[in-house]
Every structure is written in C-alpha cells, then in structure tokens.
Design a protein around this ligand. Structure first.
Ligand SMILES: [Zn+2]
Length: 112
C-alpha cells in the first residue's frame, strides 16, 4: 500500500540557497536548505565519523564540532542518477553523496 516517494519536480534556487522538491505523496512540497542537505550528505566520507565511533557522546565533542572549518554550502551542479537519486556537486568539489528519493523523503524538513 505504501507509495514510494518520488519527486514530481525539483527546483534548485542557487541564489536563495535552497532546493525544493515536489513529492508524489500527499502533494508535499519540501524546501531543503543547502546547509541542511550538505550536513545530511550520505557519502562514506561525510558519514564516516571514525573519531566518534564507539565513543560515548561527550558534550566536549559537540563543542569541538563547532570548530571544524565551514563547509561549502553552494551547489555547482546537480546530476540525476538514473531514476532514483540526485548527486549534488558542491562548491568545493565534493560530489560523492548520492541522495536517493527515499533518503530525501526521510530527511525532508517538516512544517510545524
Ligand atoms: Zn559527502
């Protein structure tokens, strides 16, 4: 019964820094800020987090996260991967993150 999430339209607004996706489910339109997308990058490099693996979450770790250099939150290019995902090319050249429809649906910002 569950319908698979699939975009009916994707709009990238480079000037305002967001990507908007119209979904086939319930006519949902979700607006993803580019920083939100970048932070959610599913690639191994971004998700690796070796330094945190196995360690208990310590508030000091959270503070050290703030000291990481700012990432580039602009999208240079957006590639369509088959019929199931998009692959953004970020301003700093990072492009190994493949955002599948199901992932994008899962991380969509919810209103309210
Ligand atoms: Zn990444």
């Amino acid at each position: 019964m569950t319908e698979k999430p699939r975009p009916t339209g994707i709009t990238l607004n480079k000037n305002k820094g967001y990507m908007e996706i119209n979904w086939n489910i319930d006519n949902v339109t979700a607006r993803y800020s580019l920083p939100h997308l970048r932070e959610a990058c599913p690639c191994a490099e971004c998700r690796g987090g070796h330094e945190f693996m196995g360690a208990a979450y310590d508030p000091d770790d959270l503070m050290s996260l703030q000291l990481l250099p700012a990432r580039d939150y602009t999208i240079k290019d957006l590639q369509l991967i088959g019929n199931y995902a998009i692959q953004p090319v970020w301003g700093d050249g990072h492009s190994s993150g493949i955002f599948t429809w199901e992932y994008l649906w899962k991380i969509r910002p919810k209103e309210g």
